[in-house]
Design a protein around this ligand. Structure first.
Ligand code: AMP
Ligand code: FES
Ligand code: ZN
Length: 312
């Protein structure tokens, strides 16, 4: 069993909230729940996160969905909490993985009566992630992360949304904070917050409504709610260093339940939401906002279009 995992409970265990039989143990909260009270606990954790973000109450939300547990769970909860939502998927063109990702999204959206659109990366920039991986030496996950961030921003604005939600959870955020602290990446540490303001009229605000719930709690929520998600990480992400920081925190969490939450929340509580900074320029190739005069997507596409250097 992994650290932080919800454990099986004896038949005598009582729900901390309603005193019925408990079936879910949450050691980091020193609580046991029945399924109904767990659902309530989970939705309240998301609502608490939403209240922390300085966003307009009725702002429609574009939910970035990958087909995994996190993004389907965040979409499901936001919808259940009454927010107007639409799903958006970036089809990265990763053989087999991208197709099954979209099948999971389609089945979920159909069941909940939600609308969503898929955009193929190949149509947007002329290359799939698989093609980019073959043509570049940079770690594909960081290139892919940059592409997803930038293109999702663009699509949101084109679709008329001012707010994007992603499924990043407590484990993702705590792992990333640890990685940035270990490497003393000050510029990332300063931006580490579950809400990011819009820094340009053509950039949306961003929120991470699941930052208060762990990966294991999300798995439990999906099981309780009957959400069928795509199991397993992207096949290209194996060996990513971000996994190691999460594993390190899992070890601490196993010995001292609650450590991940303490670590992340203490950091977040000690600061206020980042303020917009106005040092943006415009990409002279695509016209999108960027630092300097060339956005990172256009810079990448230009590199990909250059003919390969001949071996001497
Ligand atoms: P990841 O970086 O893969 O852990 O994903 C973090 C979050 O980014 C997910 O929870 C989704 O909200 C979003 N996301 C990841 N992949 C996609 C995709 N292909 N299309 C749309 N959103 C995505
Ligand atoms: Fe981007 Fe795997 S999802 S490299
Ligand atoms: Zn550009």
């Amino acid at each position: 069993m992994n650290a932080g995992e919800t454990r099986p409970l004896p038949a005598s265990a009582k729900c901390t909230r309603c005193r019925q039989r408990a079936v879910i143990a949450l050691p980091s909260h020193h609580a046991n729940f029945c399924e109904a009270c767990f659902g309530l606990f989970f939705r309240r954790a998301v609502l608490r996160a939403m209240k922390k973000f300085p966003i307009k109450a009725q702002e429609p939300i574009l939910v970035a969905v990958s087909g995994g547990k996190d993004s389907l769970a965040v979409w499901s909860v936001l919808h259940d909490l009454g927010y107007a939502t639409k799903g958006i998927h970036l089809d990265l063109g990763i053989p087999a993985f991208s197709e099954v990702s979209q099948e999971a999204i389609a089945a979920f959206a159909h069941r909940k009566g939600l609308s969503w659109t898929s955009y193929a990366l190949r149509d947007l920039i002329g290359y799939s992630i698989e093609e980019i991986r073959r043509k570049t030496r940079r770690p594909i996950c960081s290139v892919c992360g940059m592409i997803k961030r930038r293109l999702l921003n663009r699509i949101a604005v084109q679709e008329g949304f001012r707010l994007i939600a992603t499924g990043h959870n407590l484990d993702d955020e705590a792992g990333r904070l640890l990685g940035n602290l270990v490497r003393h990446r000050r510029e990332y540490i300063e931006k580490h917050y579950p809400y990011l303001p819009s820094v340009h009229p053509r950039l949306p605000e961003k929120i991470k409504p699941l930052y208060r719930v762990s990966a294991e709690e999300i798995r439990t929520y999906c099981r309780v709610e009957g959400i069928e998600y795509l199991e397993g990480a992207c096949p290209l992400s194996r060996g990513a260093t971000s996994h190691m920081f999460k594993e390190a925190l899992d070890v601490l969490e196993g010995r001292m339940p609650g450590t991940k939450r303490d670590f992340l929340f203490a950091y977040i509580e000690a600061r206020s939401a980042p303020k917009p900074v106005d040092d943006f320029g415009t990409c002279d190739r695509c016209g999108e906002p960027c630092y300097g005069t060339r956005c990172s997507v256009c810079a990448l596409v230009e590199r990909l279009q250059k003919p390969p250097r001949k071996e001497s």
